[in-house]
Design a protein around this ligand. Sequence first.
Ligand SMILES: Nc1ncnc2c1ncn2[C@@H]1O[C@H](COP(=O)(O)OP(=O)(O)OP(=O)(O)O)[C@@H](O)[C@H]1O
Length: 789
Amino acid sequence: MGGGRVVEVLFVGAVHGEEGDRTVKKVSADTLSVGERKFTFDSVLDSNSNQEDVFHVVGVPLVKEALAGFNTTILSYGQSGSGKTYTLWGPPSAMVEDPSPRSHQGIVPRIFHMLFSEIEREKENPDRKHKNYQCRCSFLEIYNEQIGDLLDPTQRNLEIKDDPKSGLYVENLSEEYVTSYEDVTQILIKGLSSRKVGATSVNSKSSRSHIVFTFIIESWSKGESSKCFSSSKTSRITLVDLAGLDRDKLEDAGRQHVQEDKNVKKSLSQLGHVVNNLAKSSQPENSGGTPYGSSCLTSLLRESLGGNSKLTVICNISLNRHNGEILSTLRFGQRIKSVRNDPMINEISEDDVNDLSDQIRQLKEELIRAKSDVYGSVGSKNGHFKGRNVRDSLNQLRVSLNRSLILPNIDNDLEEEVNVGEDDIKELHQQLQNLHSSCDENLRDPSDKRGSIQSSSVEESCEAADLLSADDFDSAEEMEIEEFNESVTPTGEPPFITSTSRALDIRNSITISSCIHSPILEEPTLSESPKIKDTLRKSIVATSTLLSSQNNILENSKSLKRSENLRSSLQSSKVFPNPTESLAASLQRGLQIIDHHQRNSGSDKPSLSFSFEHLTLKPCPESDKVNASVQTSNCPADALLCSSCRQKIDNNTDEIEDSLKTQMVAVDEAKDMVNDLTKAAEREKELESICMEQAAKIEHLSSLVEQYKNAPKNEIVPFEEHKDLKDMNENMHFDVNEKEALLKEIQTLRSKLQPNTAATPNKSTESLRSSLSFIEFYICDIFDDGISK
Ligand SMILES: Nc1ncnc2c1ncn2[C@@H]1O[C@H](COP(=O)(O)OP(=O)(O)OP(=O)(O)O)[C@@H](O)[C@H]1O
């Protein structure tokens, strides 16, 4: 037994005679035997001892402990008629007597006689004249599992309430302030006279209820230099007289008696459960599963059993009772002896209060600042980031990241096509007509071998070109799809999707299609732009989206500018007399259009973008054109190009694929970043919640300190509130590790935004870095200047 945990068990009673074949004997000052079995307690008193002896063993230590600031409890336990009431209170007639060794006065009046004597002595002590006491008491009984007020018998069936500040209390239980021993004895007499009594087989005035007398002492020591007090102590004395069990049934016991007996038995059984549980766990912190709430008695004794109180249990036995009852009482004494309580001096010093007061003032100021920062209506103290909070910033960050995630998606690149305007298309149409004219000229030269080879094809192409008009573009996309489907080979591969066409396909702006449906096109004579044939009208693919949004696009100054650029690009194109050269040039222009468009559209979007500059094809030298013409027999798109161009396109396709891989890496990084930021947002939410909790604590602490500092000294402040102050003070601090963790998160995010991070666009990077800086600022603001200590 140590660490301030004290459970004293005394044996009090008439120890004499024999019970059956077993003799009950006091063996020593702390041991008794029942037959061969020995029981050791802190003290054993027999019939040779009187009330004064019991008081010296139990009462005197209690008074000293109570005045020192400890909570104390006496629990009187034993079978009916064993002397519990006699030991505690004594006969009513003796209550008003002056205590004397010979008096039958119980230990309770003796305790209060001594207590007030001590208080008076303290007051008269010139060294301690600044010490003041206030005492108040209550008296209740638990009868048939209902709480009644013994000082106001009209108050029946009172309820136990749980207050977060002061703990459990009995609602509406009257309290009497007392200033003298006489005051207390009057109250004891009044309360005891109201107690339910009845006849048992061994006690004509047996107590039918458990009674609890509670006495609270508060003291203030004034400091020499202080206007208030230097320390305050509060202690509670709890005196419990249990109803006794009567195992012998009275023959004429009525229904009421049976009910009383049943309730007494039940509540004592639940007390035994609680004690067993506490004895097993033996550590207050392990008493979480203790069934205190199983009865009114155990609920009210929560602090006395395993809590903040010094506990004394008086086990009364009478040899007139059954052997089993004696053993039962002794076993209870043994079990409760191993219960560990955790008593402490309930004191609060002026320094504590001043510290708390300062802390509260500081916290209040910081809370106001933190609130204004969190909710952002007035901005931070430095005037930065007005009207924003961290979550807003994170949301913006997330939106920015999402944009970056979407734009590299190849499937969505159709948007790039949309920006080709109607005028651009018309210009292209004009370009085709020019090519058509060129084609006609070639046809008119029969001496040109290449021209004759090309003739049928070109004728077909020219027919196609004739059919091409601006209106035809309305259905261009649909036709493109149909054509593409038709051109898929039995192996499932589009026959003319070469490396070049794949590269173009990626850009989705120009599609090179072959003329496989025309036998003419089987000839290697395709020397014009692929737009010549009707099915090739879709060589420039204008999506329906594009057409439907033309007006909007044209109204947009940027789009208009792009259109103008495109137009001038097209207008500057010359018509090539040679069909192959013309085709190559057409391809080149198409690529230039795409390139130009990509660069322009990329300039106003913080998106990832491809550079197609490296894909631009130059017109082939004349020597290569002849070869190219020969190679067009199977009409694959790349077959229309020279070998060096093809090689270049192949290489470029690889570059695009590499570029795509890079974009995918960037997408993954961005996704990781979003995840990280989501976590950071959740942390920020937790931080805000901590702020709110802190606010509640501050409010409460503030009211408590104000109460202490401003209340007149003759007012009573409940003890629980002192304790609360201490507890809250201990829990007041923020964990500085939280700040470090948050800043580390920010650092990690920032490292992902370094300029060398693959494919992260500058504009987005700047935005992200700015957001991170704001979050970092916010965290430092909260922790460094704010609530942390
Ligand atoms: N040590 C003692 N000296 C003289 N009389 C005693 C002593 N102990 C008990 N008595 C008397 O025995 C009777 C029963 O005692 P008491 O009422 O205190 O028992 P109890 O344990 O409180 O019983 P119950 O549980 O039934 O209320 C009383 O009349 C009391 O005066």
